[in-house]
Design a protein around this ligand. Structure first.
Ligand code: BGC
Length: 531
């Protein structure tokens, strides 16, 4: 059982160990799992704004677009086609379902095999899409891509959070989101290039190139070591010990090892993670597994990620300039992610969430007002270049706010809060809620833009207010807390503490508690926990 606790900033104990090259390399390879997700997010918006693609698969949308251009008709409604949005969003439904299957593979076979399966399925989907002759082939290809994303997003964040030393978990886990943003940017750049291909087959190149990140993920996964947590859980205790020594770069791993064993023993008692996750003592984690991805999508980020070229076209940019603007938002997204990489383990998760939320809200208000002032409700206007550039500027500031808050933290926080026995199931819930709302927003955005017009920006702004308040009251700080000790953080929280009985908490049991914390029934000094 665990020894004395060193309460370090965020609470919990600090295990000995350093960042080894081995762990750094494993985390970089694993994080590439984010590439396939990102590539996909970035590619669809650009492809669906390419005329040859629309003419071949969605001729009705193409005609409507041409008419709108000729007649200067309502700009808010020109791309409203359920079939076109089905193309974009079919992937997310597939990912939603796949993540439940991935949960079992991740738990029983280990995290790396889920990643491998994800990469291979994505590869097949990319080939089908690149060779598509009809809408059906396109949609089947996207379903396969979706299955790949479901598996990767289920396993990669867990892998990273388990491999990383607690002090650097935020930084290493955000490698996943960094790869997501790099995937999006590469896709935007590729679209920018392929849109210029004269023969009208540029979209095929865009879709087929998804095979590159897929191959990276599949091959990379083959070389990955298993996490010590997963090895213990699958009964390979000696291998787990060796791995823990290797990833922590020290022989002094007994304390951490025994916490992992305790976690695994508890996990063994639990034969039905899906039923058990509904127990009262998991209520805080379950709430976060649902609320965090739900809120992440309700920031409205994917309106920009999927539809930036369409949106910029709506603002009156030419085809080329629209794709270019998408490249600019893509660049901002990548660079701003570094801000969270370097601050998340020092400032903590909550500060980033709160700052990012306020920044996004301010930008949404400005963008909504600027678009409303020009287009009004009629949707007919000629926007001067400088004015449109101003809108793009605030969209970039909004993207930056997201990129150092809800973007990375939307994956980091859920992956670090579940106890081992429900970790895999919990992560599946996070992935599916994320995918469900990505799907709903992808499907609903164009009709919503058509009906709500510029008010849509205020709609998402209102959600940002709600989620920022939610974080400030209900999300405890999790920085620096060892993953198998996380339960102590919930137990010391002003609201969530009511869901725990003393006998539910088996880590850090021989910890000496400060009087105030002990009186509170807590093993971590609550004074040191920043809420
Ligand atoms: C979200 C995606 C989003 C991306 C943007 C991810 O964290 O899950 O929905 O498109 O960030 O960078």
């Amino acid at each position: 059982m665990a020894g004395g606790v060193v309460v370090n900033n965020g609470g919990g104990k600090d295990y000995p160990g350093k960042l080894t090259m081995f762990v750094l390399f494993a985390c970089i390879v694993a994080a590439t799992g984010g590439l396939i997700f990102g590539y996909d997010i970035g590619i669809s918006g650009g492809v669906t704004s390419m005329n040859p693609f629309l003419m071949k698969f969605f001729p009705a949308v193409y005609r409507k677009e041409q008419e709108a251009e000729k007649n200067q008709s309502n700009q808010y409604c020109k791309f409203d086609s359920p079939l076109l949005t089905m193309f974009t969003s079919s992937l997310y439904l597939a990912a939603l379902v796949a993540s439940f299957f991935a949960s079992t593979v991740t738990r029983v076979a280990g995290r790396k095999w889920s990643m491998f399966g994800g990469g291979v399925t994505f590869l097949v989907g990319a080939a089908l899409n690149g060779a598509a002759k009809n809408v059906l082939m396109l949609i089947i290809g996207r379903v396969l891509l979706g299955i790949g994303v479901g598996f990767a997003n289920q396993s990669v964040p867990l892998y990273l959070s388990e491999m990383a030393p607690a002090r650097l978990r935020g930084m290493l886990n955000i490698g996943f989101q960094l790869m997501v943003t790099i995937g999006i940017l590469c896709a935007n750049l590729i679209n920018y290039g392929t849109a210029k291909i004269k023969g009208g087959w540029g979209w095929r190149v865009s879709l087929a190139l998804a095979a590159v990140p897929a191959a990276i993920v599949a091959v990379g996964a083959l070389f990955l070591p298993d996490t010590p947590n997963s090895l213990i859980d699958r009964g390979h205790t000696d291998a787990a010990k060796r791995m823990l020594r290797r990833v922590r770069g020290t022989d002094n791993i007994e304390e951490e090892y025994s916490d992992l064993v305790v976690a695994s023993e508890e996990s063994k008692l639990m034969t039905h993670p899906w039923r058990n996750i509904l127990q009262r003592r998991y209520r805080p984690q379950l709430t976060m597994a649902i609320a965090i991805p739900f809120f992440q999508q309700l920031t409205g980020i994917n309106v920009i990620m999927f539809y930036a070229p369409v949106l910029f076209k709506t603002l009156g940019f030419a085809d080329d300039a629209s794709l270019m603007s998408a490249v600019i938002t893509g660049l901002v997204n990548v660079f701003a992610t570094f801000v969270s990489i370097f601050t998340v383990d020092r400032l903590g998760r909550r500060k980033l969430f709160l700052q990012g939320g306020i920044q996004m809200l301010a930008c949404q208000i400005v963008v909504g007002s600027l678009i409303g002032a020009k287009f009004g409700f009629s949707g007919v206007a000629d926007i001067p270049k400088a004015y449109a550039a101003f809108v793009v500027l605030f969209i970039c500031a909004y993207v930056a706010g997201f990129a150092w808050s809800w973007g990375p933290l939307g994956w980091l926080v859920p992956s670090e809060i579940f106890p081992l026995e429900i970790r895999s199931a919990g992560q599946s819930i996070t992935v599916s809620v994320n995918m469900l709302f990505t799907f709903i927003i992808a499907q609903a955005f164009l009709p919503m833009l058509c009906h709500f017009k510029f008010i849509l920006f205020f709609f998402f702004g209102a959600w940002v207010v709600i989620m920022t308040l939610f974080v400030s009251f209900f999300l405890p700080e999790t920085k620096n807390v060892p993953i198998e000790e996380m339960v102590l953080v919930w137990k010391s929280h002003w609201y969530w503490c009511r869901f725990f009985r003393n006998e539910d908490v088996h880590v850090g049991a021989d910890v000496e508690m400060p009087a105030a914390a002990a009186a509170n029934g807590s093993k971590v000094d609550p004074a040191k926990l920043a809420y």
